[in-house]
Design a protein around this ligand. Structure first.
Ligand code: TYD
Ligand code: MG
Length: 457
């Protein structure tokens, strides 16, 4: 008779569960990520017929009978974070903040704690990574703190749950979820089971006590500790902090949000005294743009409801080897290759013997197809060594037959460009309409790449 299995294998990256070890995860296709862990205790509700009900009388209700709680969203005191959250924090929600080590997660959350505590709300900051002294050193850089912020250094889940139940703060921060452990789970600290157990517990506490809980999660590429990706489906909101290690700015991106849109971003700058909001990211991104240089063009991308202008740089030169080398920093390399093929075939520019390096200045990542036209014009500008005028901006998606396709929210993009002093806008012809007009802006509609190249100057 087969022995009942007491251990299962989990993928450290995505949490896929399997009865046996596998080299590659069938779900996320990562290699060598399976770890053996004790199986979760099966409840009696295994099959359809199994298990006894708990004895409670449950009554489903109609939608109109559901009472809305009077509690409203409350502000984190940081406009950019509120925007990403969809207009503030909801009591009882569980928010996961992920990101590389050192990106500024603890700093951001300590600043949120400070702002919320200043409103006389009870706030608890629980750290499993740093001592009280270390937190104090960081806090001194950030500013003055109100007395309603309480700190705790603890990693034992059950003890933390006791404190939360007893003190009932309005907001709590867990820094980080990977350092929390429960004695009920026998696997190692930071393993998938431990992190899941912790998240489950905080989810219950958040929902039953109405505490807004922030969880900090580390992402490690090697998957040494359980990536927070396994938790994404458990929490209400997932925010990712990204940015260049060497650049001062940081971008907070919503990946999942049960209470708002997910395509908003928040832009911050890391200063000596903590993270400060960048109210006008376009201006910030265009800082230091060279004047009169070939291969540099400004494009406009929408991030959520906000247009952001970025400088796209291209360097095209003769290849030294048989195979041309292409790289793309900030843009999708496949997309760049596709656009270069379109240029070759539809605009008659022979790029097959050219290396091409594309860079979006400032280290920001952009995936919107509307920057296609910018990439194309930057490549042509560098290839022909014709600088594009500094006051020209462009946007538009490019199709495989070389057509310039419509993009959404053209008017907002034009207005943002005008606000920053641009005077000429190259955009898809189908987007040109009366209400795009604004003073001092020349609107140039183009329908294919040839036309776009012709009016490039
Ligand atoms: P931290 O919040 O500790 O990162 P995480 O919790 O995501 O690991 O941020 C650490 C970095 O931020 C560190 O390199 C120092 C820098 N920093 C500043 O530049 N200014 C500041 O005011 C603070 C508090 C940190
Ligand atoms: Mg930290």
């Amino acid at each position: 008779m087969a022995k009942s299995k007491s251990t299962v294998f989990f993928c450290r990256e995505c949490g896929y569960e399997s009865a046996k070890w596998m080299g590659q995860c069938p779900a996320c296709k990562e290699w060598n990520t399976f770890a053996e862990e004790p199986a979760a205790v099966k409840t009696a509700f295994g099959g359809l017929t199994g298990g006894k009900p708990s004895g409670k009388t449950l009554k489903p209700v109609t939608l109109s009978k559901v009472e809305m709680s009077s509690q409203q969203r409350f502000s984190s005191g940081i406009g950019e974070l509120d925007r990403v959250l969809g207009g503030g924090m909801i009591p009882g929600s569980l928010i996961l903040v992920g990101g590389d080590p050192g990106i500024g997660k603890s700093t951001l959350l300590l600043q949120v704690c400070r702002n919320v505590a200043a409103e006389n709300k009870k706030v608890l900051y629980i750290s499993g990574e740093e001592s009280l002294q270390q937190i104090k050193i960081r806090a001194q850089r950030i500013g003055n703190f109100s007395e309603s912020l309480m700190l705790l250094c603890e990693t034992n889940l059950n003890d933390i749950a006791e404190v939360l139940k007893r003190d009932k703060p309005e907001m709590a921060v867990i820094d980080s979820v990977q350092t929390m452990y429960s004695e009920d789970v026998s696997s190692a600290l930071g393993s998938v089971s431990q992190v899941r157990q912790a998240t489950n517990l905080f989810l219950q506490l958040a929902k039953t006590l109405g505490i807004t809980i922030f969880l900090v999660g580390h992402v490690t590429k090697e998957g040494v500790v359980a990536g927070p990706r396994v938790l994404e489906h458990m929490v209400d909101t997932v925010l990712y902090f990204e940015g260049d290690r060497y650049a001062a700015y940081r971008i907070l991106r919503g990946v999942k949000n049960r209470f708002g849109s997910t395509n908003e971003i928040g832009v911050f700058e890391m200063r000596k005294d903590g993270l400060t909001e960048v109210p006008n990211p376009s201006e910030y991104m265009l800082n230091g743009k060279p004047e009169g240089a070939s291969g540099s063009v400004v494009a406009c991308s929408m991030e959520g409801t906000r247009p952001i202008l970025v400088e796209i740089q291209a360097l095209v030169c003769k290849t030294g080897f048989g195979l041309p080398r292409r790289t793309a920093a900030g843009a999708d390399l496949n997309r760049v290759n596709l656009l270069m093929a379109v240029l070759e075939k539809r605009a008659g520019i022979s790029l097959s013997s050219c290396d091409a390096y594309i860079n979006i200045a400032g280290g920001i990542r952009m995936n919107e197809p509307a920057i296609d036209l910018g990439i194309v014009l930057a490549v042509v500008s560098s290839y022909k060594e014709i600088p594009i005028h500094d006051k020209t901006i462009c946007f538009g998606e490019i199709g495989l037959s070389g057509e310039v396709r419509a993009v959404s929210m053209a008017a907002q993009r034009v207005q943002e460009a005008r606000k920053l002093g641009f005077e000429r806008c190259i955009l898809p012809k189908v987007c040109v309409s009366e209400h795009l007009k604004c003073d001092g802006m020349e609107i140039v509609g183009v329908s294919n790449v040839r036309e776009a190249i012709a009016c490039m100057r």
